[in-house]
Ligand binder design. Structure first.
Ligand SMILES: CCCCCCCCCC(=O)SCCNC(=O)CCNC(=O)[C@H](O)C(C)(C)COP(=O)(O)OP(=O)(O)OC[C@H]1O[C@@H](n2cnc3c(N)ncnc32)[C@H](O)[C@@H]1OP(=O)(O)O
Length: 202
């Protein structure tokens, strides 16, 4: 598909087309982890899913989705591991921005994100914080993570979590951002990141 031919209405139509598919795959991942059906049912599901995958592969990109730009100049990263509209692995995050620049996101992390029993995997905590801090540090230009430091104060229970971040300072290409991941009882992970605009893009 040539996204240069896609306008806002078509983009909206495509989102409405793909989101339910992605949600269904996400549900499938959860069901695959938690199912206790009989062996025959597992084998039958495997066969059916293999057929569905083959159908989707009838036409497709030769590599990852990357970033596409629509005719209206909207950048979309539908394969992104944190926010991708077409990525069932993405939680997915929706990030809101306050007038004072605070970025925040509330998301539910279920069985697919488990690390220690009942707790969110530390790498998934890092994924969420990297993206929320990265977006915060990219408010005035696109930056990549240079260094991300996390302090895991206690385990983060699976369920609804909240991430938020603020930019502490900007020094040319470098932005220092701090943030937290929390559950209902308070902060579980503290994060600080240095986000940098690559010299090649400066
Ligand atoms: C708008 C949408 C935005 C969405 C963002 C969402 C968040 C996404 C988060 C990610 O997943 S990003 C992917 C993970 N990160 C990477 O893959 C980055 C890989 N590393 C690089 O591309 C480069 O190493 C980097 C851009 C970080 C720096 O390369 P440069 O060649 O531009 O750095 P340079 O050597 O010119 O150094 C510039 C300054 O940064 C410092 N620096 C360089 N790399 C650093 C580093 N890794 N950590 C800390 N500081 C670093 C360096 O010391 C220097 O400091 P000073 O200005 O004080 O001299």
């Amino acid at each position: 598909m040539d996204f240069a031919d896609v306008d806002r209405d078509e983009l909206e139509r495509l989102k409405l087309l793909y989101r339910p598919l992605t949600d269904a795959v996400r549900e499938l991942v959860d069901a695959t982890i938690r199912t206790e059906v009989d062996d025959d049912v597992i084998r039958e599901a495997h066969t059916e899913l293999t057929d569905v995958t083959a159908t989707l592969r009838d036409a497709g990109l030769s590599g990852p989705f990357g970033t596409k730009v629509t005719g209206d100049g909207i950048s979309i990263a539908w394969g992104n591991a944190a926010v991708g509209t077409r990525n069932a692995i993405a939680p997915p995050l929706t990030i809101e921005v306050d007038d004072d620049g605070r970025h925040h996101s509330t998301v539910t992390l279920g069985a697919a994100y488990e690390g220690p029993p009942g707790l969110v995997h530390g790498g998934v905590c890092a994924l969420v914080l990297d993206h929320v801090l990265g977006m915060t540090g990219s408010a005035d230009g696109r930056r990549l993570t240079g260094t991300l430091t996390l302090k895991y104060l206690r385990g983060t229970p699976l369920g609804t979590v909240h991430a938020e971040a603020r930019t502490i300072s900007v020094d040319g290409r470098k932005a220092t951002v701090r943030g937290t991941l929390s559950d209902a009882d308070g902060v579980t992970v503290e994060a600080e990141g240095l986000f940098i605009t690559p010299a090649s893009r400066n």
